[in-house]
Design a binder for this molecule. Structure first.
Ligand SMILES: [Zn+2]
Length: 240
């Protein structure tokens, strides 16, 4: 009897999970419909096959994994400046690049690092080679993107798909190829752990403030803006 109840309970939980998944899917569909194109112009950082995506492992996986061959080139997704280049116990050989739109990209588990802190990088520049250093089970690139800065709790993480284009496990990607971002991001709003907004031409902080729950002062504070100056394609956090 107890066994029967347990089975019933498991079935109920599974039904709930499936319906939640279904609901989630519906919502994505709705926001995709009134989607507006964002051109961030990022390119794929490596050759390989997508082996994991953002938000898996109970939400702890804050990046995209691209599995490929040892020592294949890793390139910068966009122009930027190398913020950090070092060996970490978990990330292994890792490089952080800060881009003009205030997004920081992270390239982890590299075999080799070819750039140093402070280096200016052009999109497509080779910054390292693929490896399996640090806490990695196989040869792959673990790629993350963060708004403004990387933090230990990764609270500023953005799903790289929003900037790189659709990524699905098992799909092959080509280093240097532009991502398909056409159907992404609803009218400038990106979905991540926090709500983000991509500045459109003609936008002002006052106008963005009206679309968000933040005052101009709060917008400036959470985005560490020193003036009212914003530029198209800049990505802003729009909640606290
Ligand atoms: Zn990963």
């Amino acid at each position: 009897m107890r066994d029967y109840i347990r089975r019933l309970l498991i079935a109920a939980i599974m039904a709930l999970c499936v319906s939640l998944l279904f609901l989630g899917g519906k919502q994505t569909e709705a926001s995709m419909q009134d989607a507006k194109e964002i051109k961030t112009g990022w390119i794929w950082p490596a050759d390989g096959v997508i082996s994991d995506t953002y938000g898996t492992r109970q939400g702890t996986h804050k990046g995209i994994d691209i599995a490929g061959s040892l020592n294949s080139p890793i390139v910068a997704v966009e122009d930027g400046v190398v913020g950090k280049s070092y060996f970490s116990k978990t990330y292994g050989n890792v490089i952080f690049i800060k881009h003009p739109n205030n997004v920081v990209t992270v390239y982890a588990h590299l075999d080799n690092r070819l750039v140093k802190e402070g280096h200016s990088i052009k999109q497509g520049d080779r910054i390292g080679t693929m490896g399996r250093t640090g806490e990695s089970t196989g040869v792959h690139l673990h790629f993350e993107s963060h708004q403004m800065e990387w933090t230990f709790d990764k609270k500023n993480a953005i799903d790289p798909e929003k900037l790189l284009g659709h990524a699905e496990v098992g799909v092959a990607v080509k280093e240097g190829m532009p991502g398909n971002t056409e159907s992404l991001a609803a009218s400038g709003f990106l979905k991540g752990d926090k709500a983000h907004y991509v500045v459109q031409a003609g936008d002002t902080l006052t106008a963005i403030s009206k679309k968000s729950n933040l005052t101009v002062a709060e917008l400036k504070e959470v985005n560490q803006l020193k003036s009212d100056l914003i530029k198209p394609e800049q990505i802003l956090v729009i909640d606290k």
